[in-house]
Design a protein around this ligand. Structure first.
Ligand code: GLN
Length: 384
C-alpha cells in the first residue's frame, strides 16, 4: 500500500528495539533517551503555562520569548548575531526541522551529501523530498572525515550537505579543520549546508563543538538545527529550532506550516526559561555523562568488546566481528535472550558495508542501569 516515496524505508530501528526491550524485560541501552528528566524549574514553567492559558496555537515561527532566547543562546555560545523575528523558527523537535528543511529546499533529483552512518530520519526524508543521498563514510575505528571522499561525493547535481556533529552514532565531533574542509567544498560548489547540532553541548574531554555557521563565509549558506531534547533531557517535548539566514529559515517555515502548522505552545516558554535561566545545565549534564561514558566503555571492554570511546553524544560504538558474528543485527537480535540487554545495530545507517559489524550502546542512563546492563553482559555468552 505504501507510496513510492516511502518504499524501501524500514520502520525506525529505535522504536523496534525499544519495543523489544519492553517485551523481553531487557536493560535498554538502545534508544537514546535519558532516564532522568531535565530541570524541575523548567517543568514548573511548563505547568504554569498549561494552567495559565497558553494552550492555543503558537505563532508559526514559535512564541517570541523562545525565539529571542534561541537567538541569545546562539550569541552567548557562538557569537552568532540572529534576528529572532526573521532568522529563527521553532520546530517540533529537530526531526521536524530536518524534514521541513529538506521538503522546503530539495527539488526532485537534487543530491544531498550526508555523513554515513546517517541518522535514519535523514534517509527517509531525503527520499520523501525526492532527493538523492550521496554518503561520505566515517570509518571504524577513528571515524574521521575523509576530505577526499567528501570532494569525490560532490557532483554537478549536488546542492546540499546534511551534516551532523557531534555525530550520532559514531560520537565524532568534527574538528575545526574538518569543518573548514566542509566549508571550502560548500563555498567552491555553492552548496547549502543543513547542520544537525542536537548534541552541541554533549561533548567530552577537550573536544569542542563549533557550529559550521561560525566559519567565514558560511553563515549565509548554513541552516543550523538543534533542540532542547538532548541539551535539557526533554526528548519527549519535541521542541527544536532552525536558525540561519532568513531565506533558509523561510523555506523551513514554508514546509513546516503544512506539517505541524505550529509547535506545542505551553512547552515553548518553558524551553525559553531553560535556555535563559538554566544555562549551566547542559555543561553539568555533559560532565556527568562523561563519567557514564567511561563506565560504559570500560565495562564493554571488560566483556571483550572492541569499543570506540566517543568524543560527544550519548553513544558508544563497538565492533562485534571479533566475537564471530556475521553482523551487528544478528548480535543485537540474539542479545535480549542471551543477556537481557538491548543495543542498536548500525548497519541500517549505511549504504556501504562499513557498518556491518557495528553496534551502538547508549550511556544516557542511570549508572545503576549501565552497571546492571554490564553485569548481564558479563554473565552471558557473547561469542557467536
Ligand atoms: N535520537 C535518539 C537515538 O538516536 C532517539 C531517536 C528516535 O528514537 N527516533 O537513539
Amino acid at each position: 500500500m505504501l507510496a513510492r516515496r516511502l518504499q524501501g524505508i524500514p520502520p525506525t530501528i529505535f522504536s523496534e528495539m525499544s519495543a523489544l526491550a519492553v517485551r523481553t524485560e531487557s536493560v535498554n541501552l538502545g534508544q537514546g533517551f535519558p532516564d532522568v528528566d531535565g530541570p524541575p524549574g523548567v517543568i514548573a514553567r511548563a505547568v504554569e503555562a498549561l494552567e495559565n492559558g497558553q494552550n492555543q496555537y503558537a505563532p508559526g515561527t514559535g512564541v517570541p520569548a523562545l525565539r529571542e532566547a534561541i537567538a541569545r543562546h546562539q550569541g552567548r555560545h557562538y557569537g552568532l548575531d540572529l534576528d529572532p523575528d526573521r532568522q529563527v523558527c521553532v520546530t517540533t523537535g529537530c526531526t521536524e526541522g530536518v524534514a521541513a528543511a529538506l521538503l522546503g529546499l530539495v527539488d526532485e533529483g537534487d543530491e544531498v551529501v550526508v555523513l554515513e552512518p546517517y541518522y535514519d530520519s535523514y534517509v527517509a526524508m531525503i527520499q520523501m523530498a525526492g532527493g538523492v543521498r550521496r554518503p561520505v563514510t566515517l570509518r571504524w575505528p577513528d571515524f574521521r572525515l575523509d576530505v577526499d571522499e567528501l570532494r569525490a561525493a560532490v557532483g554537478p547535481r549536488t546542492r546540499f550537505i546534511l551534516l551532523n556533529s557531534p555525530h550520532n552514532p559514531t560520537g565524532t565531533v568534527l574538528t575545526r579543520d574538518e569543518l573548514q574542509a566542509v566549508a571550502d567544498v560548500a563555498i567552491e560548489h555553492d552548496l547549502v549546508v543543513i547542520t544537525d547540532e542536537v548534541y552541541e553541548h554533549l561533548v567530552f574531554d577537550d573536544h569542542e563543538h563549533l557550529p559550521l555557521a561560525t566559519l567565514p563565509g558560511m553563515f549565509e549558506r548554513t541552516l543550523t538545527l538543534s533542540s532542547a531534547g538532548k541539551s535539557y533531557s526533554f526528548t519527549g517535548w519535541k521542541v527544536g529550532w532552525a536558525s540561519g539566514p532568513a531565506e533558509l529559515v523561510d523555506a523551513v517555515l514554508a514546509a513546516k506550516q503544512w506539517l505541524t502548522f505550529t509547535s506545542g505552545a505551553p512547552l515553548q516558554p518553558a524551553v525559553a526559561h531553560a535556555l535563559d535561566d538554566e544555562p549551566d545545565f547542559p555543561r553539568e549534564l555533559a560532565t556527568d555523562l562523561q563519567k557514564r561514558r567511561d563506565l560504559l566503555c570500560s565495562g564493554l571492554g571488560e566483556v571483550g568488546l572492541d569499543v570506540r570511546v566517543p568524543e560527544g553524544t550519548y553513544f558508544a560504538l563497538t565492533d562485534v566481528s571479533d566475537l564471530g558474528w556475521e553482523d551487528g543485527l544478528s548480535f543485537c537480535l540474539a542479545l535480549p535472550e542471551r543477556a537481557g540487554v538491548v543495543a542498536i545495530p548500525t548497519q541500517g545507517f549505511h549504504d556501504s558495508e562499513a557498518g556491518r559489524h557495528l553496534v551502538r550502546w547508549a550511556f544516557c542512563k542511570n549508572p545503576s542501569v549501565i552497571e546492571d546492563g554490564l553485569r548481564r553482559l558479563g554473565d552471558a555468552r557473547l561469542q557467536a
